[in-house]
Write a protein that binds this ligand. Structure first.
Ligand code: AIR
Length: 232
């Protein structure tokens, strides 16, 4: 049998300096990565590099951790889209793994992955695929973990993938995000984990507050525009 977990990127499920966060009431399953502002800036500066280089840089000084989120994609041709999920999970310091599995090309491996996911400690699965995108649905059929589907625009502007993922029969739901919107999939996964994680919830609140600030800034800019009939 072919190896089930084909790791595309070595930076997955690995972060630098970490400590297990624990409160009096409950022990957190999330590792807190104490990144300095300088480290954060350095990471931003290398985001444009090719993936193989990024993986080497991110892997520096890393410690292996148990992944909480699994990012699965139907093909490495989906990576450009799915990478957005990886980058957000990195930003939120949530350990994750990233693998390529295909509902059509490796059906046995998909089933094995889905059946073992919960026992491996995973909490959420993000699955992206294009064309006849059966991957999220097939995974959802074999696990009780929440599955978030990302329709990828490979053909027909992604409408084929969107309908394949969203139109699940009653009993096997897949939480479907917009076409190519892997970022939203990662945010949703983080929100699911934040249910029990105070630190993560705070990070998400900050993230959303920043989105609000962006719109407030946009409105300040729009106010400066003058048109003959513009009233504000
Ligand atoms: N795919 C792969 N196996 C089943 C499906 N539906 C999808 C991939 C990718 C598209 O087919 O998710 O979006 C094209 O794959 P490739 O490998 O030919 O580039």
């Amino acid at each position: 049998m072919e190896p089930l977990h084909f790791h595309i990127l070595s930076f997955t499920a690995k972060i630098s300096m970490h400590a297990i966060h624990s409160t009096k009431k409950s022990k957190s399953i999330l590792a807190i990565n104490r990144q300095t502002t300088r480290e954060k800036r350095q990471r931003k500066n290398i985001l444009h590099l090719p993936l193989h280089l990024k993986s080497i840089i991110f892997a520096k000084k890393t410690v292996s951790m148990k992944p909480l989120v699994s990012i699965i994609m139907g093909s490495t041709s989906d990576l450009k889209v799915m990478e957005k999920a990886a980058l957000f999970l990195d930003e939120m310091e949530i350990p994750f793994e990233m693998n390529a599995l295909s509902a059509h090309r490796t059906p046995e491996a998909v089933e094995e992955f889905a059946k073992s996911a919960e026992n491996r400690g995973l909490k959420v699965i993000i699955a992206g695929a294009g064309m006849a995108a059966h991957l999220p649905g097939v995974i959802a059929a074999s696990t009780a973990l929440p599955v978030i589907g990302v329709p990828i625009s490979a053909t027909l502007d992604g409408m084929d993938a969107l309908l394949s993922i969203v139109q699940m029969p009653p009993g096997i739901p897949v939480a479907t995000v917009g076409i190519n919107n892997a970022l939203n999939a990662a945010i949703l996964a983080a929100q699911m984990l934040a249910f029990k994680e105070d630190v993560l919830r705070e990070k998400l609140q900050t993230y959303k507050a920043n989105l609000k600030r962006k719109i407030e800034k946009a409105n300040t800019e729009l106010k400066k525009l003058n048109y003959r009939f513009k009233t504000n």
